[in-house]
Write a protein that binds this ligand. Structure first.
Ligand code: B12
Length: 235
């Protein structure tokens, strides 16, 4: 016997029901359904950013809470993350579609010992959407990987992500190495990840902590224009 959910036709749900269903489907790691629902919301005229924040990020927050509370475990969270990435793959080209002039270049990666990449990927997507060029180093990056990429790519911004209290101190290792090499001030350093806060960002010598991808974009724009002004003043 088919279970009730098998008969559910996503396109027949109204927006509110569909978002609630997406929360359930994300929770159950249903990648196909998440991709279908993402497309339906877009077809109904939802802005890509709203689909991202109201359905995908909203659903992932529930997953995160239940993981924290020991209701969900790693395999289930991986399935949920995979479903979220399915939805993100549809949104990515739309968020990146912009006429904005190139704003600057960012190298971004999750720090050594840490394999969380959903938040970092979101930041990368939103930065691209805002007109930045983004070089994504992926997960588990040692200081050498960051420094090599910054030099090779002639980047303006370094973005580091950490989701574990055990890996966030590694950001300081990277910044301290930059200081030792006399290159710290050549770059704007932005840091983010759920366990961080503003105080931590200041303590390790980052230029800014950003609580989410939208703030990351605003902060990056802000710092880039400050730099341009400084350069003009110094010229
Ligand atoms: C999904 C997830 C996983 C997935 C990761 C899949 C993937 N591909 O990323 C899997 C199942 C693999 C996983 C594994 C583990 N996880 Co985990 N995971 C999560 C979970 C549920 C959600 C994280 C997430 O994606 N959030 C959604 C995104 C959108 O949010 P975000 O990452 O915070 O990103 C936003 C901002 O922080 C910011 N941002 C993020 N990065 C950056 C970077 C820059 C430059 C800027 C500017 C901004 C920025 O912008 C983003 C977008 O708005 C969190 C719970 C939580 N509430 O955070 C736990 C959590 C982070 N995990 C946790 C743990 C303990 C682990 C494991 C150690 C579990 C284990 N026993 O094996 C392993 C660690 C493995 C490792 N070495 O890294 C703990 C960490 C606890 C702690 N205090 O350190 C958490 C908090 C859960 C909990 N409460 O227990 N995890």
């Amino acid at each position: 016997m088919a279970d009730e959910d098998d008969d559910l036709i996503l396109s027949e749900l109204d927006d509110e029901e569909l978002v609630a269903q997406m929360f359930d489907d994300l929770y159950d790691g249903m990648r196909e359904e998440i991709m279908e629902a993402t497309q339906i919301l877009l077809d109904r005229g939802w802005a890509p950013y709203d689909v991202l924040t109201k359905s995908l990020v909203g659903g992932m927050t529930i997953v995160g809470n239940d993981f924290r509370d020991g209701i969900l475990f790693v395999p289930e969270v991986l399935l949920a993350a995979n479903a979220m990435k399915g939805g993100m793959s549809i949104l990515k080209p739309l968020l990146a579609e912009t006429d904005a002039p190139r704003m600057g270049k960012m190298v971004i990666g999750t720090v050594k010992g840490d394999i969380h990449d959903i938040g970092k990927n979101l930041v990368a997507m939103m930065m691209e959407g805002a007109g930045f060029e983004v070089v994504d180093l992926g997960i588990n990056n040692a200081v050498e990987a960051y420094l090599e990429a910054l030099a090779n790519e002639k980047a303006d911004i370094l973005g580091m992500s950490a989701l574990l209290t055990t890996t966030m101190p590694y950001m300081k290792v990277v910044i301290d190495t930059m200081k030792e090499q006399g290159i710290r001030d050549d770059y704007i350093v932005l840091v983010g990840g759920a366990p961080l806060n503003e105080e931590f960002g200041k303590a390790i010598g980052a230029d800014a902590y950003c609580r989410d991808a939208a703030v990351a974009v605003e902060t990056a724009k802000d710092w880039i224009s400050r730099r341009h002004n400084q350069m003009q003043a110094g010229a």
